[in-house]
Design a protein. Structure first.
Length: 228
């Protein structure tokens, strides 16, 4: 029987998004652009998902340049990859604030092995986007930042969510990170009927940036919402 890990790895290897986005927005596909990312991906999922267990899904927005855009693992920078997952990488070194909160929460849950035996994290849109700002620099962009970008990505999002559900995802409930993200997810879920219900958490980046003094309370909120 194909393991959860094998399904996840195959899914990411063949991810492709080629809808036109205009000259100021580009898709970011770390899985096709960097061999080191695929190597990390294979190590991580083989370590924590080499089974046929059913899991619930936690969905962020889309990969950012310093998290999943660099390591291939959602909300996991290279420091957390080494310290919490036991996977060292010399090819890249990243620090991503959201990753700090997520792994503090995972430690409170009982550690990476326990958490990942119950939950699979990805993003509503599994590929990221960058846009050229007024200074001419390329910066992170969310799938919902522009109506035309949302419309261009919606079919891709629905298709890739269905593909991930086939890994063995429990569709009775899913968990959405970010309140604005949840508004757009509701539109998608109302149309595609993917999950029976969903729970919304404040996004880790928001917590780290604006509510750091209340971090422990937010961790407790996450744990309660996840049923820990």
């Amino acid at each position: 029987m194909t393991t959860f890990a094998e399904k996840v790895i195959s899914f990411h290897k063949y991810l492709c998004f080629d809808a036109p986005l205009g000259e100021n927005i580009q898709v970011m596909n770390p899985f096709s652009e960097n061999e080191a990312v695929l190597h990390i991906l294979e190590q991580f999922y083989t370590q924590f998902f080499r089974d046929t267990l059913s899991r619930r899904i936690v969905l962020g927005i889309n990969p950012g340049r310093l998290g999943a855009g660099a390591t291939g693992i959602p909300f996991t920078d290279t420091k957390r990859l080494a310290e919490d997952c036991g996977i060292e990488t010399e090819a890249i070194q990243t620090h991503e604030p959201s990753s700090v909160f997520v792994y503090d929460m995972i430690r409170a849950y009982g550690g990476s092995e326990k958490f990942y035996s119950h939950y699979y994290i990805n993003s509503i849109c599994p590929l990221g986007f960058i846009e050229k700002n007024k200074k001419g620099n390329w910066v992170n962009c969310n799938y919902y930042d522009y109506p035309e970008l949302f419309e261009a990505t919606k079919d891709f999002i629905i298709t890739t969510l269905k593909e991930q559900i086939a890994f063995g995802i429990d569709t009775s409930v899913c968990y959405i990170l970010g309140k604005k993200n949840a508004k757009f997810f509701k539109k998608i879920n109302d149309e595609a009927k993917l999950f029976d219900s969903f729970v919304v958490f404040d996004h880790p980046r928001y917590i780290v940036q604006y509510k750091l003094k209340q971090k422990e309370a937010y961790i407790e909120q996450y744990l309660r919402g996840l049923g820990a």
